[in-house]
Design a protein around this ligand. Structure first.
Ligand code: ADP
Length: 667
């Protein structure tokens, strides 16, 4: 007996003890695996006649032995595959699951309930069978190899892999002796919480297949009983548990049956086999699409939205796209993920993840495209260069954005959910390639603003602003509360203008790329143009600047290298000081760029040209004027102190010890 790796064990424990109510999804997961395997074999058969088979999935039940068996004539697995695919956690979704579990383990008070929620965030796959089975046997032969193997597990304790002699009767379990697998699940005994025997009922199985797997392109057939085959495993491997008299009796009753006769049994096809995307749109229920999405893309949460479309024209295709309910975990961790749509040609899967049919910013979209214009049997390299793929890509992007626009207009609530999750991706699309897509995307962007707690589009902002307002004002900061309090923003708000609150790192870059909307320029509240002074105020300031010339020059010289200029400002409310900037790089951009690791250690992140503002109406101003006359070292302290305070005010890092010393010297 081999042990599962620690993390697999943990996951298995979770599955076994899961209070997850949707235990029935195990069937969907196993059917989906079988279908994937058949897809691979079908693809192989295009170039290898020997791979041709009756592409099918057969389910059989044995009430007495409490077994449910699923067999497919797919590509199968050899010993190494069984080891890698079923005995260790290999797939990325499950790895993410493992990581999340580890994080949770660190925190205390984790309950099963939390765990069942967790299961819902990840694709569950093969292990989900442990939610219903106390024992799983996988009889498997990889197409193109000679040996059959039997993988057995009773759950967390471990698993065994044993070769099966070709002459062995176990081989008769395989639908096609050249390859495929048979999975035998021995179900748990019923208990107070769950009636596992429901999965031994033909009607239930038929219902579940209709509910979750109707679209599977291969026939899923039902076969009455398989007691003989189950008995064969026991005889062959010698694992017969003598205490388990039940199944023994059942087998001896049917002892005369041989696997050969089983071939003549009547099989009933349970699924319609019409790919869901080939069905008339009106005939497909949302529920069916959701279930299709969840099983095909390993998500237990239904999608936020689906896009179901066919196009006939220069290029013809059917597509079924889904907007997931959340970003994938790999993406959130900043890992490079492979993305793309499943590519079908006339119902045959030709590529699992084709990234060439989606621009990168839409990589969160999941789904498939089926086009008869695509050649069936081609390599990835050739595929990338087919002009049809480019046409499809352009058409799909347009379709997705059109759907988003419609949703924004007709179902604001749904759109906001989409935007809250994937808005950053849309902003990235607006910004990348110097804004080449900005005109297609600008109306899809939403922002927080001072107008209300609701998100606003730029169009809505413009409508509220009216024609006389020259700019679209924006302020950047960590969150709305902090932005509102910042002195520059407060000054613009005081003048009665609406301000967009930007708190996504990419926002300000998007503004730079957009430049204007509806003939109004975007203007940061920190810009010298943001608050206009009345003529009287201007005269007053000019006078003050004249008298303060010497002071400003002194401070500027003292702060050389730290600031670009020192100016008076009456636009910072009753604050003594603040910072603003001139030129392309703003203070907020400096912060963002400073946080990104430089591609080359010699390269310094660009800095904003900072301007220190001093409020002439503040008492510190007259104190500084006084110090200019009689105590230059005090004036230097004031200058340093003001700069530190101004930096703190705009969220730039300041050395706390230095600041403490400065304050103590100055007060
Ligand atoms: P996923 O299907 O999401 O990759 P699973 O845990 O369900 O994760 O399966 C793990 C792997 O085991 C699959 O990726 C596949 O390689 C292999 N596998 C599962 N079922 C079958 C099957 N019926 N035939 C061949 N290989 C299979």
């Amino acid at each position: 007996m081999k042990e599962f790796k620690a993390e697999s064990k943990r996951l298995l424990e979770l599955m076994i003890n899961s209070i997850y109510t949707n235990k029935e999804i195990f069937l969907r997961e196993l059917i989906s695996n079988a279908s994937d395997s058949l897809d691979k074999r079908k693809f192989l058969s295009l170039t290898n006649d020997k791979a041709t088979t009756d592409f099918e999935i057969i389910i059989s039940l044995d009430k007495t032995a409490r077994t449910l068996t699923i067999r497919d004539s797919g590509i199968g697995m050899d010993e190494k595959d069984l080891e890698e695919n079923l005995s260790t956690i290999a797939k990325s979704g499950t790895l993410a699951f493992k990581k999340k579990l580890q994080e949770d383990n660190k925190k205390d008070g984790k309950s099963d309930e939390n765990n069942s929620g967790l299961i819902g965030q990840f694709g569950v796959g093969f292990y989900s069978a442990f939610m219903v089975a106390k024992k799983i046997e996988v009889i498997s032969k990889k197409f193109g190899t000679k040996e059959t193997f039997l993988w057995t597990s009773h759950g967390v304790d471990g698993y065994e892999i044993a070769p099966v002699a070709t002459s062995s009767k176990i081989n008769s379990m395989l639908l096609d002796k050249s390859g495929g697998i048979a999975i035998v699940l021995t179900l748990h005994e019923d208990d107070d919480d769950f009636r596992y025997s429901q999965f031994l009922n033909e009607d239930t199985i038929e219902e579940l297949i209709k509910k979750y797997s109707d679209y599977i392109r291969y026939p899923i057939r039902f076969e009455q009983e398989l007691a003989v085959e189950v008995e064969i495993i026991k005889e062959d491997i010698g694992t017969d548990d003598s205490a388990d008299t039940k199944s023994k009796t059942s087998a001896s009753k049917k002892g005369a049956k041989t696997p050969k006769t089983s071939k003549t049994r009547e099989l009933k096809t349970l699924n319609s086999m019409i790919p869901i995307w080939k069905k008339p749109k009106s005939k497909v229920k949302d529920e069916e699409l959701n279930s299709f999405y969840m099983s095909e893309f390993g998500d237990l949460n239904p999608p936020l939205k689906h896009i179901f479309a066919s196009l006939e024209g220069t290029v013809s295709y059917s597509t079924l796209l889904f907007i997931p309910s959340r970003f994938s975990d790999e993406f959130m961790r900043g890992e490079k993920i492979s993305y793309g749509l499943k590519l079908y040609s006339e119902g045959v899967l030709v590529m699992e993840k084709c990234s060439d049919v989606l621009p990168e910013y839409l990589s969160f979209v999941k789904g498939l495209v089926d086009s008869s214009d695509l050649p069936l049997n081609i390599s990835r390299e050739i595929l990338q260069h087919t002009k049809h793929l480019k046409l499809i890509s352009r058409s799909l992007e347009k379709k997705i954005l059109d759907e988003f626009k419609k949703t924004l207009e007709n179902n604001r609530e749904q759109y906001e959910k989409i935007f809250n999750e994937f808005g950053t991706a849309l902003k990235f699309g607006t910004y990348e390639h110097f804004g080449i897509r900005k005109d297609n995307l600008k109306d899809l962007l939403l922002f927080n603003s001072s107008n209300s707690d609701n998100l606003t589009s730029l169009k809505e902002y413009i409508e509220r602003a009216g024609v006389s307002q020259e700019y679209i004002y924006y302020a950047v900061g960590e969150n709305a509360e902090k932005i509102k309090k910042s002195v520059h923003c407060a000054a613009v708000l005081e003048r009665g203008y609406e301000v967009l609150f930007l708190h996504d790192k990419i926002d300000e870059f998007v503004m730079k790329v957009l430049m204007e909307y509806g003939e109004k320029k975007f203007l940061p509240v920190t810009s010298p143009d943001a608050v206009e002074l009345s003529n009287d105020e201007k005269d007053e300031l000019m006078k003050e600047e004249d008298t303060a010339k010497e002071l400003l020059t002194f401070v500027k010289t003292h702060l050389k290298g730290k600031v670009f200029d020192v100016r008076l400002s009456t636009k910072i409310l009753d604050h003594a000081t603040s910072l603003t900037s001139e030129g392309e790089i703003t203070i907020e951009m400096e912060k963002v760029l400073g946080a990104v690791p430089a591609p080359n250690p010699m390269m310094k992140a660009p800095k904003a040209k900072k301007i220190l503002l001093i409020n002439p109406n503040h008492s510190v101003f007259s104190k500084m004027q006084q110090a200019l006359k009689d105590d230059h070292s005090t004036l230097k302290n004031y200058a340093d102190l003001l700069l530190s305070l101004a930096m703190l005010g705009v969220g730039l890092p300041v050395d706390g010890t230095e600041l403490s010393e400065l304050v103590q010297k100055t007060i």
